[in-house]
Ligand binder design. Structure first.
Ligand SMILES: C[S@@+](CC[C@H](N)C(=O)[O-])C[C@H]1O[C@@H](n2cnc3c(N)ncnc32)[C@H](O)[C@@H]1O
Length: 241
């Protein structure tokens, strides 16, 4: 009984409120983590085969390409530059974008025929995003990091030039398995504060939200790592771009 009451007390303690994007802005996390980001995620990505998934996905980019939430530019290796006319790399956080800019120095030769630009843009704020300009729009592990992932998907659809454009996504979130979701839920606060990542999001559920359904449809999807990693090719709906 005492234990039960203590638990209730903790539950109602103000400091114990679950963390949400409106109660915690992750900007300072990205500013703090930018320099060490590649080292932090490098081995995890190797063990999980993420490099191969990036290669499959990003190899499809062609024409005028937008990559949002580009981070430190971990996809640069995988672009086939000869199929790309222009490449626009954006992120909300200048320290991450700066890491991408300096990494890009190694790829200048590969992209020598491509017009490349880096810009600050917030996927949660449509007014900062380009509209109707791109053949390929890419986001890898970005939906877990922004405040409003459904709004972000709408922004990605709006960035497309035509219904022939494609949105290429590699994202992570909730699993097929309850036991794993419980772990993600329980450790959410610490994870967000340490990594700026809302790792328990229902990525596939976002595509069921009305405003997302109006704008885009999924062409192919495959899920990996107990369902937590989602490889998605989507396209804007006719007349919705
Ligand atoms: C997990 S990292 C992924 C970076 C990169 N896409 C990759 O695959 O390695 C998430 C990125 O999203 C960026 N980000 C967070 N919130 C954002 C927002 N609202 N708009 C645009 N980028 C955002 C962060 O600055 C960070 O660079």
């Amino acid at each position: 009984m005492v234990v039960f009451r203590s638990r209730e007390a903790v539950k109602h303690d103000h400091d114990d409120q679950p963390i949400t994007p409106s109660s915690f802005d992750t900007s300072e996390v990205w500013e703090r983590n930018a320099k060490g980001y590649d080292k932090e995620v490098g081995w995890d990505e190797v063990i999980m085969g993420i490099g191969l998934m990036r290669r499959w996905l990003v190899g499809h980019a062609k024409g005028d390409v937008l990559e949002v939430s580009v981070g430190t530019g971990r996809n640069f290796d995988y672009y086939k530059a000869d199929q790309i006319d222009t490449a626009t790399f954006t992120d909300r956080h200048e320290p991450m974008l700066n890491e991408a800019r300096s990494k890009f120095e190694q790829y200048k030769e590969k992209f020598h025929k491509t017009f490349v630009q880096f810009k600050t843009a917030n996927v949660d704020q449509p007014q900062t995003m380009d509209k109707g300009k791109y053949d390929t729009v890419i986001d890898t592990f970005g939906l877990c990091s922004c405040a409003n992932p459904a709004e972000a998907l709408v922004s990605l659809a709006d960035a497309c030039k035509s219904e022939d454009s494609r949105i290429l996504l590699l994202e992570h979130g909730r699993s097929h398995y309850g036991w794993l979701n419980r772990l993600l839920d329980t450790n959410l606060d610490n994870h967000v504060k340490r990594y700026g990542c809302w790792w328990n999001r229902d990525v596939m559920g976002l595509f069921e939200e009305e405003k997302v359904k109006e704008k885009l449809e999924i062409e192919t999807v495959s899920r990996w790592h107990f369902g937590t990693t989602c490889y998605i090719v989507a396209k804007p709906k006719k007349n919705a771009h």
